[in-house]
Design a protein around this ligand. Sequence first.
Ligand SMILES: NC(=O)c1ccc[n+]([C@@H]2O[C@H](COP(=O)([O-])OP(=O)(O)OC[C@H]3O[C@@H](n4cnc5c(N)ncnc54)[C@H](OP(=O)(O)O)[C@@H]3O)[C@@H](O)[C@H]2O)c1
Length: 302
Amino acid sequence: MKILVTGANGQLARSLADADLPENWQIHALARPQIDLVIPETISKSFDQVEPHLVINTAAYTDVNKAETEEELAHKINAVGAGNLAQVCERHNVPLIHISTDYVFDGGKKNPYKEDDPVAPTSAYGRTKLAGEQRVADACDQHFILRTAWIYSPFGKNFVKTMLGLAATRDDINVVDDQFGNPTYALDLANCIVAMGKQIFQNRREDIPWGIYHAAGTGDANWYDVACEIFIQSKQLGGPTAQIHPISSREYPGPAQRPANSRLDCNKFDKYFGLRLPAWQASIAKCVGQICNDNTRTTDKL
Ligand SMILES: NC(=O)c1ccc[n+]([C@@H]2O[C@H](COP(=O)([O-])OP(=O)(O)OC[C@H]3O[C@@H](n4cnc5c(N)ncnc54)[C@H](OP(=O)(O)O)[C@@H]3O)[C@@H](O)[C@H]2O)c1
């Protein structure tokens, strides 16, 4: 069983490489320039080389703030590029798991968002990811669009690494406490994606409908809560700590407008796949532990 993963250097793709794979399953993670979503020939060539049974699209333009001034480029990758990949999947009759985002919602709902709630992105990034969902659904019948949120991992750029990095150089950090979401450990999501693959290919669950699913860490939080948990764990491990101060989004304005509530209701994912991601606090502990451990073993800077 061969799985082609796009965006090999990203947080989720690197976590997929570390996920618990069944015997005889292989991940073929490819990065640019070998597979570039905006160059269709590279997609076809990669299919010819790998001959995948399943494709996981983790590749995306993910810089939410920068997308406000680079929406055209973000659209090219997140919408046109995702559509290009979906077309090749359809041509080869290969199922596609496409990763999308909680930022397709405007944040106005009081409760967690369900898959069929109205979408209304407030940011350029969210608009381009929504357009990607639509192109994937139009181009490829056998698709799962997995909306996730607030990804962190020991790899790349993310909130956990930013907090630990800041704490290494300052004593006080202001963190917003009025945006609520589901912190998601990339390795937890990667293991769930592999488990989805098992349901489809090993258990041959043809009753599971294609379409959109929400899959994110269990339990919700605001960024201040997450920062507090990071430093509780880091302190226990002898890592960097700082004093955290809650502030409002108005006190920390950025180029992109982010939803105040982007919590995802993941019951549909549980209903059809029997899968739920672990509680976010437990996974923050694992991730902080991994980062602190990596730091003592290598000269890698936070
Ligand atoms: N991070 C989050 O908090 C979050 C939240 C919700 C949803 N998501 C979604 O989850 C998925 C995975 O996120 P992540 O955090 O793992 O992303 P990431 O770490 O930013 O990695 C994205 C990867 O996509 C690659 N890429 C960019 N443009 C490409 C192109 N034209 N062709 C091929 N590859 C390209 C980048 O490659 P280079 O190394 O060459 O730049 C990068 O390695 C994305 O779809 C993202 O939209 C993320």
